[in-house]
Design a protein around this ligand. Structure first.
Ligand SMILES: Cc1cc2nc3c(=O)[nH]c(=O)nc-3n(C[C@H](O)[C@H](O)[C@H](O)COP(=O)(O)OP(=O)(O)OC[C@H]3O[C@@H](n4cnc5c(N)ncnc54)[C@H](O)[C@@H]3O)c2cc1C
Length: 493
């Protein structure tokens, strides 16, 4: 019998709810099952989910947890893939209803928002807050590839977008209000509670529940997309030329066909250049429908030799289109898209997992050469990937952008079997080793497969980060399975 992914997950969930692994007549255990959106590999049973919709509700939840002596985990869009937003048996605070704009200051170009607001609503609400003339502010950067992600989650991971000269998200944060383990509110910025500011941004929810964030906005302007096909050897000088010409955003989407000579070496290089405000914006952009996307995703799994040709032809045909600097960053992502894909592919259930590898820019070509050989030799299915530039972060404690690196992103298919998960974990570790050998690093957001040695090589401050967490939160009210994993690795080992 061919099991669909939905029935597989349902059966798996029933089995693990039943202590003896027997489905018949067992009383369901208390709690609720949750999982991350993209990889679906972080299935966790929390004690209960508490949706919060105000500062008071957030404070009450912390007080209740304190009385119950129970840990709290905090989730926004639930897209992290290393278990940062869930902790087994914890009270899971769901922030999706904390989604209001609290204050918009068009003079200063700042907006204060509740932490659960997600990008599409923030962008839309900003538009409503300003008169057409004053509509000169937009977001600077957001993640690419998905939109239903919260500002709290962006702060927790210290995210980045495809800005050509942008520092990670910390640079877009003016201040935030955090509730500590007793439910007391503190404002953190670069003048007050600075240590907490440095720790909480990129600190994955371990230093308190963020209620609100004051964001620094960027001028909202029209930009023109310019698309060319480039090879990896041309990439860095091409990025430099675009930067010198004033382009603001850009990336390189590489060929994923492991059988082709062009694998990881040739790609769609698209950058965005500001244009005059009166440049006409077409009423209809050429764009891919959800069906087109589903088809490309299918090809990325079933026929990788065709997908790059089709995608690059489409992308090149959009060269010259004019967009707004904020909305052009929105993407097309269907939650749970892999269910339909698994049925169409008629293969074992799976999803994708992402990893981001950072290498000094002068080592990029060399890294790509080794990664190409390795991924081919080990039959890894790369479903999508890009190369971007990142600027050094000199503010956060757990900074991942330790230098102005080149960033290589791999979105890999993972079969949901033990062998499949082990295969991708080993791949991620090999890619991290390739980065370490070149003075590079990796992003902590996407998985927790790195070895102790790898974590220490890339984040030597990690044990200190955990000690400071325990100083700020001695009862460990704010927890996650990600935190427990590293506490065991570094403090209890
Ligand atoms: C398809 C996809 C594409 C992505 N693209 C990018 C990208 O281009 N660039 C990039 O940098 N990242 C990217 N990511 C990673 C993503 O940005 C991070 O995982 C981000 O944290 C997810 O936000 P979220 O709202 O889903 O947060 P969650 O997954 O819900 O939470 C993430 C972390 O933030 C904490 N948190 C959330 N809200 C609060 C709060 N109110 N108070 C305290 N802590 C809180 C959580 O406890 C957790 O530790 C991508 C992920 C996916 C799945």
């Amino acid at each position: 019998m061919n099991m669909t992914r939905r029935s597989f997950l349902k059966a798996a969930s029933l089995l693990s709810l039943s202590p003896a692994g027997c489905m018949a007549m067992a009383e369901p255990a208390p709690g609720e099952w949750v999982n991350d959106v993209h990889s679906q590999l972080n299935r966790t049973r929390v004690n209960r989910i508490v949706p919060v919709d105000s500062l008071d509700a957030l404070r009450r939840t912390i007080k209740n947890a304190q009385q119950e002596r129970r840990a709290i985990s905090i989730a926004g869009g639930r897209h992290a893939m290393g278990g940062q937003q869930f902790a087994a048996d914890s009270i899971l605070v769901d922030t999706t209803k904390l989604d209001r704009i609290l204050n918009f200051d068009p003079k200063a170009g700042t907006v204060e928002v509740e932490s659960g607001i997600q990008w599409p609503k923030l962008i839309a609400d900003l538009g409503e807050h300003s008169s057409p003339e004053a509509r000169s502010w937009g977001i600077g950067q957001k993640q690419t590839g998905a939109d239903r992600l919260s500002i709290g989650g962006a702060l927790g991971a210290n995210i980045h977008g495809r800005g050509l000269r942008m520092k990670p998200f910390v640079a877009d944060i003016g201040s935030f209000v955090v509730l500590d383990a007793e439910g007391n509110a503190h404002t953190c910025d670069r003048q007050q509670n600075t240590e907490c500011f440095r720790l909480a941004v990129g600190g994955y929810g371990l230093f308190g529940a963020i209620y609100s964030v004051k964001l620094r906005l960027a001028p909202r302007q029209k930009v023109r997309r310019v698309v060319e096909i480039k090879t990896i050897d041309e990439l860095l000088p091409s990025f430099e030329r675009r930067i010198a010409d004033g382009f603001l955003y850009g990336d390189f989407q590489y060929d994923i066909d492991e059988k082709s000579e062009d694998f990881l070496r040739r790609g769609v290089f698209s950058c965005y250049q500001p244009v005059a405000p009166d440049t006409p914006e077409p009423s209809e952009h050429k764009k891919l429908t959800s069906e087109n996307w589903a088809n490309l995703l299918y090809l990325a799994h079933a026929d990788r030799s065709r997908v790059f040709d089709e995608y690059s032809r489409y992308y090149v045909s959009t060269s010259g289109q004019v967009y707004w600097s904020d909305t052009h960053q929105l993407s097309n992502y269907t939650d749970g898209y892999h269910l339909a894909l698994d049925q169409r592919l008629d293969r074992k259930p799976g999803t994708e997992m992402i990893t981001e590898i950072y290498v000094p820019r002068e080592k990029l070509i060399d890294f790509i050469a080794e990664a190409r050989n390795d991924l081919r030799r080990t039959n890894v299915e790369v479903i999508y990937g890009t190369i971007r530039l990142i600027q050094k972060d000199d503010e956060t404690f757990l900074a991942w952008a330790k230098q102005s690196y080149a960033c290589v992103i791999f979105n890999l298919h993972v079969e949901h079997t033990q062998a499949g998960v082990d295969h991708s974990a080993a791949t991620f570790r090999r890619l991290i080793d390739m980065a370490i050998r070149r003075g590079g690093s990796y992003y902590l957001t996407y998985h927790r497969h790195a070895s102790r040695e790898q974590v220490l090589a890339c984040y030597p401050q990690f044990p200190e980060f955990l000690r400071l967490k325990q100083k700020y939160d001695p009862e460990e009210r704010f927890q996650s399975d990600w935190y427990r994993h590293y506490r065991d690795m570094f403090l209890n080992g």
